[in-house]
Design a protein around this ligand. Sequence first.
Ligand SMILES: CC(C)(COP(=O)(O)OP(=O)(O)OC[C@H]1O[C@@H](n2cnc3c(N)ncnc32)[C@H](O)[C@@H]1OP(=O)(O)O)[C@@H](O)C(=O)NCCC(=O)NCCS
Length: 194
Amino acid sequence: MDGDEISDSKKKRLSLEVREMEIDDIPKVFHLGEKLFTAREVPNLYRTWDEYEVVNFFQADPEFCLVAEDADGEEEGILGFALGTTITKTRSAWKYGHLVWLGVDPAAHGQGVASKLFNRFRDLMLEDGVRMLLVDSEADNLPALHFFRKMGFGNPQEHIYLTLNVDPQLRQFREKKGNGKSSSRYKLHEGDDE
Ligand SMILES: CC(C)(COP(=O)(O)OP(=O)(O)OC[C@H]1O[C@@H](n2cnc3c(N)ncnc32)[C@H](O)[C@@H]1OP(=O)(O)O)[C@@H](O)C(=O)NCCC(=O)NCCS
């Protein structure tokens, strides 16, 4: 009961504004993402959070990069962000919208920030003719899974990531390459002597 009151009063205090990301938001988004995505070891195995990730999305699909902030300006900086893109496949009439990164400042969790970002993202996708939305998450990221279910996502598909440690081969490869280099250098010296 107390918890509800606290979160209700927080909800009232935050008047949220979601807008398109601007160039000055790049470092803010990057640093907030660093807080969220590097604490969890591998949030997303095929992508890593770094400054290129933010810049690439901003460059490729600026209209699908959103930030949320406190409209009253009481909370400094940004409260959250959403970065996504659209995917079309050859010989398919379907256009997919992929929400790749969604993050909210831990201090603002549970106050509807992600919901507002997602609703805007979904509207942009609809305007762009998208027929299906995709998201992905680690299987143990329960807040994200609850959130996406609440937003209407279903039909989870299992993906298994396999790894192969090629370190021994890498060492062999380097040794070979190293030998190759020294022999060619040797030949060069030989040639020099001639
Ligand atoms: C997942 C995340 C984006 C949710 O942001 P948020 O602003 O706190 O979410 P909202 O306040 O809009 O929550 C909407 C609904 O999602 C669900 N939800 C959100 N956080 C939850 C949690 N920790 N546990 C259970 N359900 C949760 C609830 O159903 C909630 O509705 P309610 O408030 O009526 O109960 C946020 O926890 C986050 O940034 N996590 C780290 C980054 C991440 O994992 N991103 C997703 C993959 S890229």
